[in-house]
Design a protein around this ligand. Structure first.
Ligand code: 6GU
Length: 231
C-alpha cells in the first residue's frame, strides 16, 4: 500500500520508522511518503493560511498550496487514491473503516491545522479520487497529524503480513462487535489475585464460553452503545 501524508509538521511522522509499521515499511508492504505543505507555498514567506471570509476566529488553510501538493502526489500515482482528511466534523472512523481502507492501493492523508482547510480543496480532491473526512471521536485535537497516525496504524496493521500472527487480529476488541475478553499469563497467583480456574482447566469449550460471557458483560457495562437495543 502507498500512503502519502501532507502536513506542515512532517516530524510528527518520524515515529513511523519504528515498531511494527517501521518493519512493514522495511519489508516493502507499506510505502509511506511524507510531504511538507510549505514546500508547495507560492510566496516567499511560505504561508499556508489566511483569515476567514465572513470573519471569525482563527486562520484557514489556503487552497493553492493544497492544490499544488495534491497535484504533485497524483503526478506519479498509478491509480486514483482515496483522500482522507482528518476532521472532528467528519464521519466516525471505526474498525470497519480501517478494514475497508486496508485493501486500498493508495491513501492520501491531508492534515489540516488552524480552523480547517478551505472547503474548495475537498471538492478539488474529489476530482482526483474518493474523498473522506474522518473523525476519531467526539473531542478536538489541534490538527490532523495525531489522528492520521492513529488511522495509519489501525489500517496498516490489517495489511496481510504486517501483524505476524493473523489470529491475533481476529480475537481483539471490535473485530466481532464486542470488547475483548480479559487475558492472563503466569504466575497463576500474583499478589493475592488468582487466575480464574476455568482458564487452568484445559477445557476448551468451557474456556470459549467463559470468554464469550466476559465479552458480553464487559461490553454491557463499558460500551452498551455497541450492543443492539434489544439486548
Ligand atoms: Cl480526525 N481531527 C481533529 N483535529 N480533531 C479530532 C479528530 C480529528 N478526531 C477527533 N478529534
Amino acid at each position: 500500500m502507498r500512503v502519502d501524508v501532507v502536513t506542515i509538521f512532517p516530524a510528527f511522522f518520524d515515529v513511523l520508522e519504528v515498531s511494527l509499521l517501521g518493519k512493514a515499511r522495511g519489508a516493502g508492504l507499506l510505502d509511506v511518503r511524507v510531504h511538507d505543505l510549505r514546500d508547495y507555498a507560492t510566496d516567499r514567506h511560505r504561508s499556508v493560511d489566511d483569515t476567514p471570509y465572513g470573519g471569525g476566529a482563527g486562520m484557514v488553510m489556503k487552497p493553492e498550496p493544497w492544490g499544488a501538493a495534491l497535484d504533485a502526489i497524483i503526478a506519479d500515482a498509478a491509480t486514483a487514491p482515496t483522500f482522507i482528511f482528518p476532521s472532528p466534523a467528519g464521519e466516525l472512523f471505526s474498525q470497519r473503516t480501517a478494514r475497508e481502507l486496508s485493501d486500498a492501493e493508495h491513501l492520501v492523508f491531508g492534515c489540516g491545522r488552524y480552523e480547517g482547510i478551505d472547503e474548495r480543496v475537498f471538492a478539488y480532491a474529489a476530482t482526483l479520487g474518493d474523498v473522506r473526512l474522518m473523525s476519531l471521536g467526539d473531542y478536538v485535537l489541534n490538527g490532523g497529524e495525531v489522528a492520521s497516525m492513529a488511522m495509519i496504524e489501525a489500517i496498516g496493521r490489517l495489511i496481510p503480513g504486517v501483524v505476524g500472527n493473523p489470529e491475533s487480529l481476529v480475537e481483539e476488541s471490535h473485530e466481532n462487535g464486542l470488547l475483548e475478553y480479559p487475558s492472563y499469563t503466569k504466575p497463576a497467583s500474583w499478589r493475592g489475585q488468582d487466575v480464574p480456574d476455568v482458564l487452568l482447566s484445559g477445557h476448551h469449550r468451557r474456556v470459549a464460553e467463559w470468554r464469550r460471557e466476559q465479552q458480553m458483560t464487559r461490553t454491557r457495562t463499558r460500551r452498551p452503545d455497541l450492543l443492539p437495543p434489544s439486548s
